[in-house]
Design a protein around this ligand. Structure first.
Ligand code: HEM
Length: 150
């Protein structure tokens, strides 16, 4: 595994269409272009994740052991470490916002947000969320800088 091709997130991001679809699962990169038409869950879900980190989506489905082995047929490389960590941090913020938006208390599950949901919640609280997240991020960065400088 040591000689796996090192791929940056920027490269991966360019492969987000049905002509070329790469997905990150764990820290590995899978070229699922040829698998799009064969995926039992449909090509749409794969295309939604194409060009980005699909680890959460892949795990949430609870794929079988067969599916986990099957994905290795499409392995083409691994994510370059530094950018992966950076991406995960961004992704945590992104997922957190998505989930805040889409949790259904009736069904006790996460679901895709609809225009109706967004209207009910109103855009303002989402904006407020964003400000809080970025303020927290700024505090963390300032702390790290202070510790390094001290
Ligand atoms: C290379 C990556 C992937 C492989 C090899 C793969 C393979 C499979 C297989 C074999 C199944 C049939 C059920 C099972 O055996 O678990 C399945 C179902 C499914 N997969 Fe994937 N999958 C991949 C990535 C993804 C991703 C990134 C998503 C994103 C959401 C996804 C969503 C689904 C869904 C929604 C189903 C249907 C589940 C159901 O009907 O209960 N898959 N996949």
């Amino acid at each position: 595994m040591a000689d796996l091709k090192q791929i940056t997130l920027k490269e991966i991001a360019d492969h987000n269409t049905n002509k070329s679809a790469w997905i990150v699962i764990g820290n590995k990169v899978f070229d699922v272009t040829k698998f799009l038409d064969e995926h039992p869950g449909g090509c749409e879900v794969l295309l939604e994740q194409a060009g980005s980190d699909g680890t959460e989506a892949f795990e949430d489905v609870g794929h079988s052991t067969d599916a986990r082995h099957m994905k290795d047929e499409y392995l083409i490389g691994e994510v370059v470490e530094v950018s992966y960590i950076y991406h995960k941090i961004l992704k945590v913020f992104f997922i957190f916002q998505e989930e805040r938006r889409t949790y259904s208390y009736d069904k006790k599950t996460w679901k895709a947000s609809t225009d109706q949901d967004n209207k009910q919640r109103g855009g303002e609280s989402l904006q407020a969320d964003n400000i809080i997240y970025f303020a927290l991020l700024a505090i963390i960065v300032a702390l790290v800088y202070y510790l390094i400088a001290a």
